[in-house]
Design a protein around this ligand. Structure first.
Ligand code: HEM
Length: 425
């Protein structure tokens, strides 16, 4: 095992760093962190260096930097921790300082490193709170992505309404929704996705820690079991209704579709330059009335969705990826109403997760779909489709929308830069 040197003061940690632990696990337990560098894992700083090299050789990391933020076209990970923050200040400089600190921390965590470089030191200062909360020590990056969005309220609070992107509208009230303010909106939203729940939670927890004094957590949501695939390398998962979800989603392998439907173009009409390469994020916390659904016949369930439950095939077809014949689907079925062909070609990339939180006094689960979608312009994509679904979808009998939010997602960060640098420049 990798030990820190015995040190004075006596409170020096005897445990290894996050990277050191990874090397230890790989060397001792033979976990799949490739590289012969780990085979002879020895003690001391040199061993930690070896482990870092080995981790780089795995596919557990998604690059934080790039033209677009990670976590949108990235093949959906298994777990989610989503957080919405409210600013406690109207001081732009303080917000920029937080965004810088967040971006540095996000880049390090996406790389499988502790939040703060001080945590790499062989001996930690016993008189100071450690620079990382520690629960991800020994875990790899688990394809962690951290994606940020700015809410309309942030622009108002910081006096930035002249830079408001046109798609960041006030969402209209949709028929039937029962929104809870404690689960809606927020000046800033952060989506942390990873294949390991502890890595996603560690990311949000540390960003909350770094926001102290500048922002406070407004609400948060844990998610499991991704409810969409957005890459042809992924099998289609099932949502809590038992249906395959994500069959007709946009695919990362089709960048032209992302250009059409997800990324804001450099010459987007009426859009400020800082949004080029960005997107818009919509979240809806949708409670699914599972107890009612579970008493519904299979035939009725399939008529509601417009697809067969076991195979995922569109009604009237045999296999999941067979073409949809919309005329063969009930007029109020979810798929027929949401399909691009009935919405003037409008599409979105869906990236939602299931949730099961508590239960109510009647013993019914507070469970459902935490719907997440990214669009190029909510006014022509999410809003009209949601409007139509809220009015006509046969699935509404089994749903209740209880939380909602819309955020402008700035483009990706370049090395040395920070989230929203174009907006605050
Ligand atoms: C709890 C709520 C929801 C459930 C259980 C659900 C479930 C499903 C299922 C099973 C499919 C078919 C498989 C697929 O192609 O992915 C589907 C498709 C789709 N859903 Fe939902 N959905 C929900 C909410 C929403 C919302 C709120 C929207 C947008 C406002 C939406 C938009 C879509 C779209 C665009 C498709 C693809 C249609 C196509 O192109 O064939 N869904 N959904």
């Amino acid at each position: 095992m990798t030990h820190r040197p015995t040190a004075r003061p006596p409170a020096a940690r005897t445990g290894p760093t996050r990277r050191g632990l990874l090397g230890w696990f790989a060397g001792v337990a033979g976990v799949g962190v490739a590289g012969s560098a780990l085979a002879g894992c020895s003690s001391g700083p040199a061993a930690r260096g070896d482990a870092t090299t080995a981790v780089s050789a795995t596919s557990s990391k998604v690059d934080f930097h790039g033209a677009h933020q990670a976590g949108i076209a990235t093949p959906a990970q298994d777990r989610l921790h989503f957080a919405a923050f409210d600013l406690l200040t109207t001081d732009k400089a303080a917000v920029v300082a937080m965004l810088r600190a967040w971006s540095d921390a996000a880049a390090r965590m996406s790389d499988g490193r502790p939040v703060d470089a001080s945590y790499d030191a062989p001996v930690l200062d016993p008189a100071a709170a450690p620079g990382d909360t520690g629960e991800a020590d020994g875990l790899n990056a688990a394809r962690l992505t951290i994606t940020i969005g700015f809410g309309r309220s942030m622009f108002t609070k910081l006096g930035l309404t002249d830079r408001l992107p046109p798609g960041l509208v006030e969402l209209p009230a949709f028929p039937g929704e029962r929104l809870d303010a404690r689960r809606s909106d927020g000046d800033i939203a952060i989506q942390a996705c990873a294949d390991d729940p502890q890595v996603a939670v560690h990311a949000i927890r540390n960003l909350v820690r770094l926001s102290r004094g500048t922002a406070s957590l407004r609400w948060s949501q844990l998610g499991f079991g991704r409810t969409s695939s957005n890459s042809s390398s992924q099998a289609t998962p099932r949502n809590l209704f038992g249906f395959k979800d994500g069959t007709a989603n946009l695919r990362a392998e089709d960048p032209a579709a992302f250009d059409r439907s997800v990324w804001v173009a450099p010459d987007e009409a009426g859009s400020p330059a800082w949004m080029a390469g960005g997107s818009y994020l919509v979240a809806r916390r949708i409670r699914m009335l599972l107890e009612v659904w579970d008493r519904t016949s299979l035939g009725e369930q399939e008529q509601v969705i417009g697809r067969h439950r076991l195979s995922g095939a569109p009604l009237g077809a045999a296999a999941e990826n067979d073409p949809i014949r919309l005329a063969a689907l009930p007029a109020d079925s979810h798929v027929r109403l949401a399909h691009p062909d009935t919405n003037g070609g409008a599409a979105m990339v869906r990236r939602g997760y299931s949730f099961v939180d508590e239960n109510d006094s009647l013993g019914r689960l507070d469970a459902g779909l935490f719907f997440l979608a990214y669009v190029r312009d909510p006014r022509t994509q999410f809003v009209p489709i949601m409007q139509k679904l809220a009015q006509n979808d046969a699935m509404n009998e089994y749903l209740s929308h209880v939380g909602s939010g819309l955020w402008a997602v700035p483009p990706g960060v370049q090395p040395g830069g920070y989230w929203g640098s174009g907006l605050f420049a």
